[in-house]
Design a protein around this ligand. Structure first.
Ligand code: MF3
Ligand code: CO
Ligand code: CO
Length: 276
């Protein structure tokens, strides 16, 4: 993958140029459109592998590339699906399968596509049927935590400011932020520096600069923050089996704040379902 644009900071973070925002916007829009299109299919009785098959078909029809099919981080088996679908106490990297959705199940669907070499990575929460009040509240808090993080994105702020904004909001709502997974730089590559932590102290970490592209993707648990990985080598679950939610946007730092590349054209980022 060509990754020679702009320049690199001392922390290894790439600074892209003004002209590169257009490529990220196009990739982010396709990713968001996939998540818009799958929304009506999320129903009681549906399986996660059928939702994934629909996404795979749309990726093909659009003539773009899935970044997750064949994705093989060091020491892992290749990932084989166009989406991660994480149901209930699955924190992230849920592998689509024959599991049938039942009333009240909550699920995160996460897609990453490559469009003209640019990566668009986004996820949001769906519900089969009607969520419980506590599930609905978890989803609301997780969405709002992501937006608090994005509000802290501007040149001169630090990644610690972003993490702190998310953590403070989540913990004020007596929920917990997952520490075992983080957001990441992206652009012409899928996972690049920095690690974007969803917790932290104000003023710590690398300073944000115009032209940085990264994801913010907080995972929030109703119970304790600890996770464990299942034997399939991908699926991460809460150790205490409590419900978990996640939202993800890909963003770029502008002169004055953030541009969100993965906004939903249909206005379906949140909610994607009817509240109880
Ligand atoms: N889209 C995920 C992220 O937000 C990564 C999924 S990797 C996979 O970074 F292999 F599990 F699909
Ligand atoms: Co991501
Ligand atoms: Co993602």
């Amino acid at each position: 993958m060509d990754d020679t644009r702009g320049r690199i900071t001392r922390e290894g973070i790439r600074i892209y140029e003004d002209a590169d925002f257009g490529g990220m916007h196009a990739a982010g829009r396709v990713a968001a459109e996939l998540l818009d299109a799958v929304a009506p299919l999320v129903q009681v009785g549906e399986t996660t592998e059928r939702l994934d098959a629909f996404i795979t078909q749309m990726v093909h029809d659009r003539g773009v590339t899935s970044a997750t099919i064949g994705y093989t981080p060091a020491g892992r088996d290749p990932y084989r699906h166009a989406s991660c679908i994480s149901v209930n106490h699955v924190v992230c990297h849920g592998v689509p399968g024959p599991k049938v959705l039942k009333d009240g199940d909550i699920l995160n669907i996460d897609v990453t596509v490559i469009v003209d070499g640019w990566f668009g990575d986004t996820s949001r929460m769906y519900v089969a049927g009607t969520p419980s009040r506590k599930a609905d509240r978890l989803i609301q808090v997780t969405h709002d935590a992501l937006m608090k993080g994005i509000e802290a994105v501007r040149p001169g702020n630090t990644f610690g400011d972003v993490g702190h904004a998310i953590q403070a909001f989540v913990e004020a709502n007596r929920m917990s932020v997952v520490r075992d997974f983080c957001g990441h730089g992206l652009g012409r590559v899928f996972h690049a520096p920095p690690n974007v932590l969803h917790y932290g102290r104000p003023g710590t970490g690398p300073v944000l600069e115009e032209g940085m592209f990264f994801t913010i993707e907080p995972m929030v648990n109703l119970g304790r923050p600890e996770t464990k990985e299942l034997a399939d080598g991908w699926t991460a679950v809460t150790r205490d089996k409590s419900l978990s939610a996640q939202f993800e946007h890909s963003v770029g730092v502008t002169a004055t704040g953030a541009e969100i590349f993965t906004l939903s054209p249909a206005g379906l980022f949140h909610p994607t379902y009817l509240a109880p």
